[in-house]
Structure formats: C-alpha cells, structure tokens
Write a protein that binds this ligand. Sequence first.
Ligand SMILES: [Zn+2]
Ligand SMILES: [Zn+2]
Length: 780
Amino acid sequence: MGLKLGTSGESFVLCKFHKIQTRTYSLKSGKVIPSETWYGEQKKKTKSSKVKEDQKISQTDDIISQKASDSIDVHIVGKGSKGFSRAVVINTTSTRYLFNCGEGIQRFFMVDKLKIAKIEHLFLTSNSWSNIGGLIGLLFMLENIGVPKITLHGPPNVEGISSMCKHLGQSDGTKLEKRLLTEGNYEDNNFKFQYVPFFRKKEKTDEAAFASKKPKLDSLPVEVSVAYICTPKPSIRRIDIQKCIELDIAPGPCLNLVKTGESVTLEDGRVINSEDILKPLVQSPSFIKCSHSGFLTPLINNEGLKKYQNTDENTPVEMTVDLIIHLTPEHIVKLPEYQQWINSFGANVKHMIFEDTFSNVMDDEGSKIQSHLNLLHPELFPLLPALTTPTSTLPDMTSNIITGENNLKYHYKPYTQLSRELITQPNLEDFQSEITRNPEITEAIDNFKQEVAKLKSEIPKDDRVYPEIVFLGTGASTSSKFRNFSGILLRLDDSKSIMLDCGEATISQLYDHYGEKTDSILRTLNGVFISHMHADHHLGLCGIIQARLDAFGKEKKDIPRLIVAAPSSMKRWINYIDGRIYPVSAAIKFFPLQRLKLEDKLNIAKLLNLDDFNPVDVNHCLGAKGLCLKYNGFKLVYSGDTMPCNNLVRHGKDCDILIHEATFDEGMEKEAKFKMHSTTTQAIEIGQKMKAKQIILTHFSQRFKKVPNFTNIHTSNVSIAFDHMTVRPCDYPYLSLLLKPLAVMFEDAIKINNIIKMKRTQKDALKLESEAAQVKSHSS
Ligand SMILES: [Zn+2]
Ligand SMILES: [Zn+2]
C-alpha cells in the first residue's frame, strides 16, 4: 500500500508504502490456493521487483533489515522567517531526519526540546545559504555530544564546508558523510527516500547585484533543487476487532496470516483479504519547496511528481499523497500556477503552507524576558515587534489547507493526527502581568525609575541617541534560549552602521529586533569587524551579506560594497562560499586584519565614516583582535574575546565606553585562563585601568541560567548586556543602576547559578583531593 510524504518548495518529499504480498489460504486444507484474480499477475511483477529490492538490501547496511519504527511524526521545527529558512524534522523512535538546516537551527532544537543527538540524516532541498547556514554549528554541537556521523543528502558542493573548520571532520569528531544524488535512492529500516532533483537555468539577473565582478558561480549553468519522496516501511498492522465482529469472523491463528498480507479462504467459502479486517495503514506527508519562481515550471512539470496528481478516493493508496508540506515562500505559493498545481493533487490531499514573516520569535521564555525587561526601561529594552503585532491564528485542523506553525506536529504512527499541543503563542499582557503582580519586583522597578529621574535632574540634559549600541547576541561559544552568539550593531547615525562580530543567526536577531524595518537598517550597514575566527563570532557573516544584498534589491546595480575587516583566514571561507553557494566576494571589500598597514586603517576609517579605526592584538587565539574606534569625539573599545590584556588598556585609554567580554564568573580564574577568556572581575579591572567611563559586560558563558552572576559587582559604571538591549549615550549615567532591579527580577536564576557554582567548586575540590591522594600513593 502506498502513502506519501509532502514536498518542500525547492524540493519535496513523498512517502509511500511497499506493496503487500497477497496469497490465498484455505483454513480446511491448510494449503495455499493459487489466486485467479489480478493478484497473480501483479505478484509476478512484485516478485521480480522484490528480488531486486532484496539484492539492493543485501548490498546496503544491516540497518535496513531492522524493525521499522512504530512511531513516526513530522515536526515543524521552524516555520521560517526572513532570517531563517523553514526546517522540518521527521521523528521516529530511533532516528531523526532533518530537512534543511538554516542559521540558528540548534536554538530551535533547544527551544523545542528536541534531542539533537538523534539526528542521523540531513536532507537539503538546495545549497542556498539559508538552507545550510546552520550546518557548521550543528556539526559542532553533534561533535560535543559525541555523535559519530551524520549523512548529508542533497545538491553538490555542500559537504566540503566542514573542512573550513579545523576541528571538524577529524578522527574522533562527527563525520559529515555525503551521499551523492547519483547513488540513487536511500533506504533504512524506517523509510525509503527517493531523490527527485529538478533544475533551473541560472538567469543573468540573479547576478545583477554583482555587476562589477564576474562570480565563479556564474560558470554553473543550472541550479539544482532536490525533492525527496519518503516511503515509510510498513510495520505490523493490527486487526480491527470491530470489523471482525461485523464480518462474523472468529478470532484464530488464520488471522495472523491476514496480518502479513495473506488472503484467507474461510470454511464457508468467503475470501478474506487483509484490507477487510486490518486497521487502515497510516499515511505519511510529502514536502515541497519552490524557493524561486524560476523553479516553478520545472516543479510543476516534474514527471516524478506528476504521478501523484489527479487522485481521488478510488486511486490506489501507493499513488496518493496524504499531506504535502510546502516549504515554498508564501508569495510563490500564492501564484495562480502554484495554486493550480496544489489543486491538481485532488481533494483528499492536505497541504501545509507557511506565511512569510519578518521575525520568528521562537520561544516563550526568551520573549518573556524581553517583555519583563521592557517594564524596567522601554528604550534600553525595546519590545520585539513580534510581541506587539497580533499573533497569527492557530491552524485549522479540519481544512485541507493548514498553516504551518513552529511546533506543529503531524503524527503518522501509531495514529494519524495533526497536533498543536506544543504550539505556544507569546502573549505580552500575560508575560508582563507576571511582573506587575509581584510586589517586590514592582517596587524595585519603581525605585529604579525614581533614581533615574533624580539623577537626570542633577546632571546637564543629554539627548544624544547616537552612536547607538544594539546587542544582538551576548552569549559565549554556544547559543541558548536566552542569548545568541556574539553580535553587536553599532549605529553611528540613522544612515550609517557597523557590525562588531556576527555569530550564527545574527541576521535572525536583527529581523527579530527590527521586524519590517530590518531591510532599511541593513541598507545602512557599511562594515563588519570580525575579531577572530572562532565560530561563535563569524558564522553569521554570509547570512548578513546576503540579507543586505536582498535589502538593496536585486535590480539595483550600484550596491555599495560591505567593508569586511576580518582575520586573513576568513578569506578561505569567503572563497569557499563564493565558488559553491553564492557569489559573496563581489559584494564585499575585504581587509585582512593581520596585514593592515597604516594607510589601510585610514582607508577603512574613511570608508566607514570613522575618525579612527584601530584593531589591536588581544590575548586570545592566534590573530585575535580587539577594536578601538573613534567617531565624532566619541571613543568606543570592543575587546572581542580575550584574557586581561594590557595592550587593549594602552590603546583604549580614556574611552567613553568599553564593551568587554566576561565569559566566566569571579572565582573561575583558572578556567578563564585555560580558555583564554576573562572573568567579570578581570573585565572590570581592565576597564578601570583603561579609565573607561562606562563598562558593559557581554559574552557570558551559557552555563549561567538567564543571567551571569553579577551580584558581586559594586562598581558605579558597570552594567551587563542582554540580547536586544539598546544603549545610547544619554543612557550611560544610569546604566549601572540597572543591576539592583535586575537582581530582584532574576533572583531565582541567580540562586540556581550559585548552586551550580557551589557544586562545581565541590567537584573541583574532590578532584584536587583525589589528585593529591594519587601523588601521595606514588611517592610512598
Ligand atoms: Zn567567543
Ligand atoms: Zn574566541
């Protein structure tokens, strides 16, 4: 019997069952009766194809002969937004199959509480950056938890990306194994995946934005998109007792034969087929994605997909689709041709489509923190647009057209059901009422507001809003529900801005922060500074460059190049992406930080409208830099990642603001030194040596829940950063006053942090004790 899994725009997936073998069995004689029905002829065909199937199975992994999973569901991991491509996971008892892997995918897994370790296969519908931007981060995460291998299915030119990161692909790391499209369909114990590639000719206009330089990608005449047809393997079907009663069939051993697909002739002469008494087979969905209108005609005309069209209730199950998941952008789904194509699958097919959105607020807890902080100070902690715009309606469970949402699930086994139990919808009022109902926090917020008002009345009026610092990511090395990877947007004025580092999913953070205004902000972006080549600082660069180009519009020919000042080895990355994914180098002007001469610095300063651009060596990995810059009489210092660094102190003297990393807590100096980072206390000491007027700490270890341990900070010019915190010069005088109300708001999180810290100290003490005991036993 057959069933299909849906398709996803650039590509799509169908699932179907294998044909079940049919025989006739006499209860009386116990012999198999050759059937005169059409099954006879059909059987021969089945047999020959089965032999082929068996041969193929014997040549492939043992995994194929293992039992098929009794549980299958399709989970919408990300509904997609301007900064993040749609991603879907098929869950089985043993394995997860991920379809597409945009920047920020790990965060989605974290928020959705999906175990990332079970991912064994990644299917890409195309090799666009929006589909693969999260691949390196995913591999790092899988490597951390000891996953030995992940198999990559999809278009060419993607797998080599892991070689861009030194640590990946080494003997004990997670191996990225590519399965070529030419190797044919893939199957394991749960599914058979059929590859359906389709192509579009590259258009000249695609490269209009890169008019000044001929990109290498231009040499590829076509762009490949892949659809996948997934056929779940049949598992044992159960007998429908109600049907047996209706047909007056007594239970007995013969019914077990029917379970395996046999036909049974009863003593009264009736022939009972499996379909008469077995519960119906579950059906799976299909995924389709058509990311570019240029793929529309090839998709609609694809022969591999045509056979599932024009179906009705009489069509054999193997020729029908139960659900098609269209990962295609909304504006393409709305085209009349696409709508017609959707309808051509027949009235029995369900279609899941997605709305194009700007932001993708994925998590209740993260949104809740935003809304709480906003009560403290609405300018420092602006509300994310998604929290103030009406939420979309929940999917209608009865219609044939279902709107995809984060966490929507479609169950296939052991029952078929659309489930929205996991869908959450952030509600600003509910979130904020948690705070307004708490008298201690309300009092702390009121006191803060009074102190700010008093301070403002005592100092000269200051209404400077620029340069504005927007913290887009304030976490160290991994992302969490509350903090993304490093990324700071420095807005010099309303028409010029610079980015200081951009870890993975910085672009999503930008869209979350600015919503519909993001494109206009991206058009103000003149430059990006990458402090060093650790993945948490640079993996978002390609996404930013592409989004900036899109923001200018493909038709515009004179897009100013983005200044990228980064370590020399960033060039390797750019070359890789350039030749295989999209022509990035033509959109930027690259300055390798290790080889900057004085005239280059002057040139960059001029191009970025700065008075001074001065990258300085810091104590972290090889080639790591901090940055001192001057603009309009204002001096800003950014540490990047570093241990306490006197060189930074020397160059950063008397700055207006120091943004310093504070990865570790006070008392973790050993660990900080080992990993070449700073503790909060060390960072503050550096600021004091530098005579920085203001110090903002960032890059906090993700071991801390929600906030770092800041209650030991008693310095009057220090504050801590949060994702989306927006700091203007007029806010500086009262920044440090924030710590008091924050300590009340995050009291529980701080308690948890202290318990973690205590446990760690005890563990360290035990380790030291056992080391000492070992030394003693050796010497005695
Ligand atoms: Zn870092
Ligand atoms: Zn680092």
